[in-house]
Design a protein around this ligand. Structure first.
Ligand SMILES: Nc1ncnc2c1ncn2[C@@H]1O[C@H](COP(=O)(O)OP(=O)(O)OP(=O)(O)O)[C@@H](O)[C@H]1O
Length: 269
């Protein structure tokens, strides 16, 4: 199924001065943005700037400590059925004795409930999702025996199986070899072309340029422990400027348009 963008396009995600955090403590703040349906947003920022926290906020798993958020026209909790997510690789437990097919099938539980039989349509959705990431032949393998790149694609198949309108991918390119990276870039473009909305966090500006329509650059707080905040948001060619990158990546080296940019930390706050 595709979600062809109507004209004018719907808004998949909006935030108004939103802030997210844990136990009442804000970790990323001042988020005001509208993401049109069918956009692919690269979420870029240094370690600790709040990329994962923001993605968890969209899922309703991090606390909204200020402002407001609407996901697919409703609250994060109500929107969950329409949202697929790929958490960061280090948060997964690959030791469970389950097959790849079982892992992907878990992606259907949210929409059907774990106790209802999956049925023919569900099995077809699982097969389709495995085909999509090129892993159908590995369906019966134990998940923990697959390579890191294959596990990543397996989790992506789990995120896709319930036909989500919004996909949240947390650092999906980390640790991928060139072949897996190209396949994933291709898939992100394909999902976008189908009218789905994608938010993908990455440290890699090249990925943003190759697969995304929009960029949200996050900067760390001015002092250690302060929450991250946006340095820029908008269509890629407007928002991904050297100034914004320098603001976001203070005191680090990044690459933009094949140029290596070394930025220095501002002494003023
Ligand atoms: N579950 C949690 N409970 C409390 N604080 C947390 C939790 N998860 C993250 N944080 C804190 O929130 C801040 C932002 O972390 P977050 O993981 O969102 O950043 P990030 O930009 O995704 O970083 P990275 O690029 O390293 O993954 C950090 O100070 C981190 O210590």
């Amino acid at each position: 199924m595709t979600f062809a963008a109507s004209d004018p396009r719907g808004i998949a995600l909006s935030m108004s001065d939103a802030a997210f955090g844990y136990a009442g403590e804000t970790r990323v703040r001042s988020l005001t943005l509208e993401v049109p349906e069918g956009a692919a947003v690269a979420l870029i920022g240094p370690n600790g700037s709040g990329k994962s926290t923001l993605l968890r906020g969209v899922l309703g798993l991090a606390e909204l400590t200020a402002g407001s958020i609407r996901v697919l026209g409703t609250s994060p909790d109500r929107a969950r059925r329409g949202v697929g997510s790929l958490p960061q690789a280090d948060t997964r437990d690959a030791s469970l004795p389950v097959t790849l097919r079982q892992v992907v099938t878990m992606g259907l539980y949210r929409s059907r409930g774990a106790l209802r039989p999956i049925g023919r349509a569900g099995r077809a959705a699982v097969d389709g999702s495995l085909d999509r990431v090129g892993l159908r032949e590995f369906a019966g393998r134990r998940f923990g025996e697959l390579s890191g790149g294959q596990q990543q694609r397996g989790i992506l198949a789990r995120a896709l199986v319930a036909n989500p309108r919004l996909l949240l991918l947390d650092e999906p390119f980390n640790g991928l070899d060139r072949e897996n990276r190209e396949a994933l870039l291709h898939l992100v473009r394909e999902l976008r072309d189908e009218g789905r909305t994608v938010l993908v966090s990455t440290h890699d500006l090249e990925i943003a340029q190759q697969a995304c329509t929009h960029v949200l650059l996050l900067a760390s707080g001015h002092r250690p422990g302060e929450p991250g905040h946006p340095a820029a948001f908008g269509p890629l060619d407007e928002a991904l400027t050297l100034d914004a990158v320098q603001h976001a990546f203070q005191d680090t080296t990044v690459e933009l348009d094949q140029h290596t940019v070394t930025t220095t930390r501002e002494t003023e706050v």
